[in-house]
Design a protein around this ligand. Structure first.
Ligand code: HPA
Ligand code: ZN
Length: 325
């Protein structure tokens, strides 16, 4: 029987975590006050009442407007350092943090403000024994031209970024829309991953594009791949990581895709467990491990394998990987 103590103590790599999704109601209110931003709520209860969503689009409609409270470099630092302290408590040894620069540059915050604040927090987190890297995501519902400009800016800070990702509204925004930016990012030595959220329209086609044309190294969520045995064989063979987020999935699917995760694990796919937007989906990484372990009665070996997969498919150097594996 898996306990919370076990999932909490297990050394983990967090590979699917949106920093903007770690904005807890308390910090949201504090930053709103500090920056004189009216978010329409003044108590934690009122903020929590706005957290109503049952699909990706309705979640994003709550998620993006709240980012208005993030204004200064200090705000981004505080957000990231608060998360990294939580990561340390969860025995996260390595984390690759997503951030959405266009969600900020589109409202007049400079790329520099965002990355300087986030990056300094990752430097200071070394004192907490957490090794942290940043993954810049393109917003797939923004234009290609906006993505092109964003990559151009990002490349100035190339040494502070480990890779690129693709998130936000998947509907009618296939990965291939950003093929050029992913090619340019690869040429600049950046790693690549793409969100293929659960149960989206054209899920399998999006997964196919990401794997076969854009040659991503991981898929975020991606568990709908079980519908296509050929693609499952491909990700198993190429050791592509699939970053599943049970509590996030639970908002959309009653079974949190647990059966799919177990089936993939059984077939040797490098699937792993993460938290997506913990401040919005009710739990950090240890809670996500515990939720799936409990609901699907996972064995200790299965839980340990999920954690091993997170280190194996992380973008840390092979020497560093040996320390964890
Ligand atoms: N999918 C797409 N965009 C997102 C997500 C997600 O799960 N979380 C934060 N932005
Ligand atoms: Zn995500």
């Amino acid at each position: 029987e898996i306990t919370e103590q076990f999932t909490s103590g297990l050394p983990k790599a967090e590979l699917h975590l949106h920093i903007e999704g770690t904005l807890e109601p308390e910090l949201k209110l504090k930053l709103a006050k500090r920056n004189n931003v009216d978010i329409g709520q003044t108590t934690i209860e009122e903020v929590q009442k706005t957290y109503q969503y049952d699909d990706l689009a309705s979640f994003l409609n709550v998620y993006y407007p709240a980012m208005n409270v993030l204004q200064t470099e200090q705000d981004f630092y505080d957000l990231a350092f608060a998360y990294l302290s939580k990561a340390a408590q969860n025995n996260v040894r390595h984390v690759e943090i997503f951030f959405d620069p266009q969600a900020h540059t589109s409202r007049g915050i400079s790329f520099k403000t965002v990355i300087d604040g986030l990056y300094q927090a990752t430097v200071d987190a070394r004192a907490l024994n957490v090794d942290a890297a940043l993954i810049m995501c393109f917003l797939r519902d923004f234009s290609k031209e906006s993505a092109r400009k964003t990559l151009e800016e990002a490349l100035i800070y190339k040494d502070k970024i480990v890779g690129v990702g693709l998130d936000s509204d998947e509907h009618n925004n296939p990965p291939l829309k950003f093929a050029r930016q992913f090619e340019d990012a690869a040429a600049a030595g950046l790693h690549r991953t793409v969100h293929c959220d659960i149960d989206q329209k054209d899920s399998i086609e999006h997964i196919r594009q990401a794997l076969e044309i854009m040659e991503v190294e991981r898929l975020d969520h991606g568990t709908n791949i079980v519908e296509d045995p050929d693609l499952v064989n491909l990700v198993a063979k190429k050791q592509i990581g699939l970053t599943s987020c049970p509590l996030s999935n639970g908002f959309v699917s009653p079974e949190m895709k647990g059966k799919e995760v177990l089936e993939l694990l059984d077939q040797g796919v490098k699937v792993s467990i993460h938290s997506d937007d913990p401040a919005y989906f009710g739990g950090y990484i240890s809670d996500n491990y515990f939720a799936i372990a409990k609901k699907f009665n996972l064995s200790r070996e299965q839980v340990v394998q999920l954690a091993r997969n997170s280190f194996e498919t992380s973008w840390i150097s092979p020497e560093q990987k040996n320390i964890y594996l």
